[in-house]
Design a protein around this ligand. Structure first.
Ligand code: FE2
Length: 388
């Protein structure tokens, strides 16, 4: 029997080497003046921002550049970007970069469109609905991770409350997503590894969540096979075009996976760890995926046992213990791309664990509700301890 499901993915997706050159043609339907958002000035210095501005100009789109965004975008930076867009008369937001830049573009489009601080849409008793007032968003991804170009999700950090919620609605999908593997060629090995592991975590979690759909299950399977084939190669040799191309596709497929199947306990924990300790997303996931996998795998063994087989790009699993075998394959990826460190090495201390667990329950509760094992607070703390 095919499971009953709901599926929604309203993004115009342009994939391929050189796709950046067509950004203006696709974006011109949505605005006349864009705020281009990057995380820091690297892409200004590399010439990519100037190149994008020239491409936009050919389609009669003016643009302004905004780079004051942290790798974990702060709510105050979102509000600052929205204010610049207002004073410059922008009517469209282009995120150029990894998930941070694209998430920031989404947040600014929400804050600008509703004329309210972004935190009003994040947490609290009076949390605001993200309506169709949200301004148009264009996503240009330069990493093979986060999947943000294909999702409605935007992750916003509040350093004073140490919270890092994921927000989104049907109105925060990008109008257009540009996935150009050429833009990923200069990604250093460490970022290739951590963003690539984020892709694998998305595919595993969207596939095993109780919100999974038959359509996204197919996409997650393909994403996991592509990660198995290409992540190690992309980390070892960034100029390997076939590997970059494969990881770019895996990232987008897994992004569509989490747009519908969402994420489970590992991402719930990783958001809260990031909020409390300021850790990097992909590395945090790599620390905790073995333990969350082990915790949840017996709640849906039929699905979890496929993951190892797919990572080997095989079709028949002849291992003795299929679940343990699957977990070992995931651990092998983590080891081979140099992400085999514990949470303690990322700066997490025993004194943080209670606050981290409370954060998951407080603002990432959906991730534990749709986890097949539905963990309690005690379970969360145990997983954290075993991931130190
Ligand atoms: Fe993620």
């Amino acid at each position: 029997m095919i499971k009953d499901f709901f599926y929604y993915e309203p993004v115009k997706l342009l994939f391929g080497e050189g796709a950046l050159n067509q950004t203006g043609e696709y974006a011109s339907a949505y605005g006349k003046k864009a705020l281009i958002i990057t995380t820091g000035t690297f892409f200004k210095e590399s010439g990519l921002v100037d190149r994008l501005q020239r491409i936009l100009k050919k389609s009669k789109i003016d643009s302004v550049y905004f780079s004051a965004v942290d790798p974990n975008p702060l709510h105050t930076q979102i509000d600052a970007g929205a204010a610049v867009a207002k004073s410059e008369g922008c009517d469209m937001f282009i995120g150029l970069g990894g998930g941070s830049a694209i998430d920031a573009a989404k947040g600014m489009a929400v804050a600008f469109g509703h004329d309210r601080p972004i935190w009003d849409f994040c947490i609290g008793e009076d949390v605001q609905v993200i309506s169709a007032k949200t301004m148009p968003i264009i996503a240009i991804t330069t990493t093979s991770g986060t999947g943000s170009e294909a999702t409605q999700w935007s992750v916003i950090t509040n350093p004073s409350s140490e919270e890092k919620p994921g927000i989104g609605s049907d109105n925060t999908f990008a109008k257009v997503a540009i996935v150009d593997p050429e833009l990923m060629a200069s990604m250093p090995p460490k970022i290739t590894a951590s963003t690539g592991f984020d892709t694998l975590a998305h595919a595993i979690e969207a596939y095993t969540s109780t919100a999974s759909t038959p359509i996204t299950d197919m996409m997650c399977e393909k994403a996991i096979r592509l990660v198995g084939l290409y992540l190690r190669r992309a980390v070892k040799d960034g100029s390997d075009r076939e590997a970059r191309n494969g990881m770019a596709f895996a990232n987008t497929l897994a992004g569509i996976g989490i747009a519908n199947g969402v994420v489970t306990v590992c991402h719930g924990l990783a958001h809260s760890v990031g909020g409390v300790c300021g850790t990097t997303h992909g590395e945090t996931l790599a620390c905790m995926t073995p333990q969350t996998f082990r915790f949840s795998m017996r709640a849906n063994p039929e699905k979890y046992k496929n993951i190892g087989m797919w990572l080997r790009n095989e079709y028949f699993n002849e291992g003795q213990d299929l679940l343990e075998d699957s977990l070992e394959e995931v651990e092998a990826v983590i080891n081979d791309v140099g992400l085999n460190v514990g949470l303690r090495a990322l700066g997490v201390d025993d004194k943080h664990l209670d606050k981290i667990a409370n954060g998951v329950i407080g603002y990432m509760g959906g991730s534990i509700e749709i986890d097949p094992m539905n963990p309690t607070k005690e379970d969360l703390i145990q997983i954290l301890k075993e991931s130190m």
